[in-house]
Write a protein that binds this ligand. Structure first.
Ligand code: HEM
Length: 590
């Protein structure tokens, strides 16, 4: 009887084994370990050796690797689900029910797929935040950051296209809400600005292309199925290959810190690979437990005749849906997401400090970049929270302890600062349905209205761009914070005092009927944020940074647009202002 060792040696030296695995007998030397990584098609995505800091869990939090792991779980569970699911309006819902009741482990499989998809969206966002905070988007990784931004969009789209497939009420209406935004695309959507000039209707616009019809139906289901199961995963897979290849070529960001002793590199096998396996197993255990304990939602069969109130988009789009309260769909659903994506991609190219803060968490060293970025991500999640938890029937505000059974009264009437009425040829200032504002007929009125709106918007951007540069003196930051806080509160209170005196005026009484402590708080908080982020921070950190005018202007324009969103929200919440400029003839409302 040969000993275990002899049997093992025999196996390893056999022709069959040798034909599969190259190299000599495994002696666990450094060379063997490197060979193990380089000679394996999957493992050779890694380098053979790696810096010690790069392996530290608290540097990457394993977020990129886990995102990829989730993509793998989704591919496997998705393939298994495809054996049972048929994408037709008659069968889809029944097949999902069958998974629940007739297929062994069918419900578990569906749960695992669903919860992994939500987790992947969340982890990809967190991975982006970690990459930002460690400055890993800077030279030479700018392009890979851009690939990452596209991967984020693709991940969201992958999840969104899957949402429709169960063909229940949740699916139908979430996708209806989500795709409605496409009809607001400027030029290409039937309800978007300028589209009527091009003869675009709801039978040939962007939404039609997405749905294969004018509403979510059988054609949409097959389109989303093909997108979800073939087209988008292929694109995501291809982009991931480029992403990983670039990580290898650009080098991982965890470089030695200034003043560090010359570093010893670690072997990737087993140090990193074992950590990756442990991370993957822990995540899988967590997801399996979640899938056993909690079932994925499935509502009634999709019914185009019964609209749930409220109809909500998937959670990651609820921030955009919440913005619909304050902005027209073309801005909230198309232009703002577009600007956010382009803005994210532009970050590495506008960052004036290409060298500092790379490869370590540097909140103190990069206060401007980190504050603005974290504020943007935080704002997104606050809007998602409001949309998910605090919005009830008719999209009214409901605290968690309030019952949705009691429908709230409609929101107060809103008004526009300027309306350009091309049909009747007039410019209307303070336009509202309740009380007519000041109407100036003819081209003079139109010109005056356009000039007033243009002036306001121009003054906002002009002052935002110029002020941080014009004031050369260093402003003491802490004191400025206090002064800003007190001044913002003062403006809120002053608005309240003005309201007390003016509330009997016909226009104010009808359009701003209520101005209490909540409205004072809205005005004060919004003003504080806008002055802090739009003036004090740039004045302190951008004024003297070595950057080109293009970099400065792009950074400030993006920042001012983000703050414009908050300003507009404050104008609505405090003063019921709906639009700064309304131009209904071309569906343009700002
Ligand atoms: C499906 C989505 C994604 C997957 C599977 C993925 C995967 C990974 C992996 C495995 C790494 C190396 C380990 C780590 O940093 O955790 C990495 C690094 C990186 N990722 Fe991603 N990623 C994704 C999305 C993104 C996004 C959304 C961004 C940014 C917008 C991004 C930007 C980067 C950059 C710049 C690096 C290099 C980091 C460094 O050198 O420190 N990735 N990614």
């Amino acid at each position: 009887m040969p000993s275990l060792q002899e049997a093992k040696d025999k196996l390893i030296n056999s022709q069959i084994w040798r034909s599969m695995f190259r190299g000599g007998t495994w002696k666990d030397t450094s060379r063997d370990r490197a060979q193990h990584i380089l000679g394996n098609v999957w493992l050779h995505l890694h380098p053979a050796r790696i810096r010690q800091r790069a392996v530290r869990f608290t540097y990457t939090w394993g977020l990129g690797g886990l995102s990829f792991g989730l993509f793998m779980i989704l591919t496997v569970t998705g393939l298994l689900l495809m054996f049972y699911y048929r994408p037709s309006v008659e069968l889809a819902y029944r097949d999902i029910k069958d998974l629940e009741f007739a297929v062994s482990l069918g419900m578990f499989l569906r749960n695992l797929h669903r919860w992994s998809a939500h987790t992947m969206v969340l982890l990809v966002i967190l991975h982006m935040v970690r990459v930002f905070l460690t400055g890993a988007y800077k030279t030479p990784r700018e392009f890979n950051w851009g690939i990452g931004v596209v991967l984020l969009v693709v991940t969201l789209f992958l999840s969104f296209t899957g949402y429709l497939l169960p063909w229940d009420q949740l699916a139908l209406w979430a996708v209806t809400v989500g795709t409605n935004m496409a009809s607001a695309t400027p030029f290409a959507g039937a309800e978007g600005p300028f589209s009527n000039l091009l003869g675009i209707t709801n039978a040939n616009d962007a939404r039609f292309a997405l749905l294969g019809g004018t509403s979510v139906g059988a054609n949409t289901l097959i389109r989303f199925y093909v997108l979800h199961c073939v087209a988008v995963p292929v694109v995501a897979g291809a982009l991931m290959i480029v992403h990983f290849w670039r990580i290898r070529k650009d080098g991982f960001s965890a470089a030695p810190l200034p003043g560090d002793a010359p570093e010893k590199k670690m072997e990737v096998w087993p140090n990193l690979v074992v950590r990756e396996y442990i991370g993957a197993v822990l995540m899988l255990v967590f997801l399996i437990a979640w899938s056993v304990l909690q079932n994925a939602p499935l509502e009634e069969l999709a019914n185009a005749g019964v609209t749930p109130n409220p109809s909500k988009a998937p959670w990651y789009f609820l921030g955009l849906q919440e913005l619909l309260v304050y902005f027209d769909p073309w801005l909230a659903g198309v232009v703002l997401p577009g600007v956010i994506m382009m803005g994210l991609m532009a970050i590495p190219y506008v960052d004036p400090d290409a060298k500092r803060g790379v490869g370590y968490y540097s909140v103190k060293e990069r206060p401007f970049a980190n504050t603005v970025f974290l504020f943007g991500v935080g704002l997104w999640f606050v809007l998602i929270f409001i949309g998910t938890v605090l919005r009830g029937p008719n999209w009214s505000w409901y605290w968690p302890w309030e019952s949705w059974e009691i429908h709230k009264s409609l929101p107060p009437p809103s008004w526009s600062l300027v309306l350009v009425d091309l049909t009747d040829k007039a410019g209307v200032f303070f336009s509202s349905q309740k009380t007519p504002g000041l109407r100036i007929p003819g081209f003079l009125g139109i010109g005056a209205a356009l000039a007033a709106a243009g002036g306001m918007i121009g003054a906002y951007f002009g002052a935002g761009l110029a002020l941080p540069k014009l004031i050369h003196k260093e402003i003491p930051f802490r004191r400025a914070l206090w002064v800003t806080a007190v001044a913002s509160l003062f403006v809120g209170v002053a608005a309240k005092v003005a309201h007390v005196f003016l509330r009997h005026h016909d226009f104010i009484g009808k359009n701003i009927s209520q101005f209490g402590p909540t409205e004072i708080a809205y005005v004060a908080v919004v003003l504080f944020i806008v002055v802090l982020m739009g003036f004090l921070l740039p004045q302190k950190f951008l004024r003297t940074s070595p950057q080109s005018p293009v970099q400065y202007v792009t950074t400030m324009l993006l920042l001012l647009m983000m703050l414009g969103v908050i300003l507009k929200m404050g104008a609505r919440m405090g003063f019921n202002i709906k639009y700064i400029l309304s131009l209904p003839a071309i569906n343009l409302n700002l």
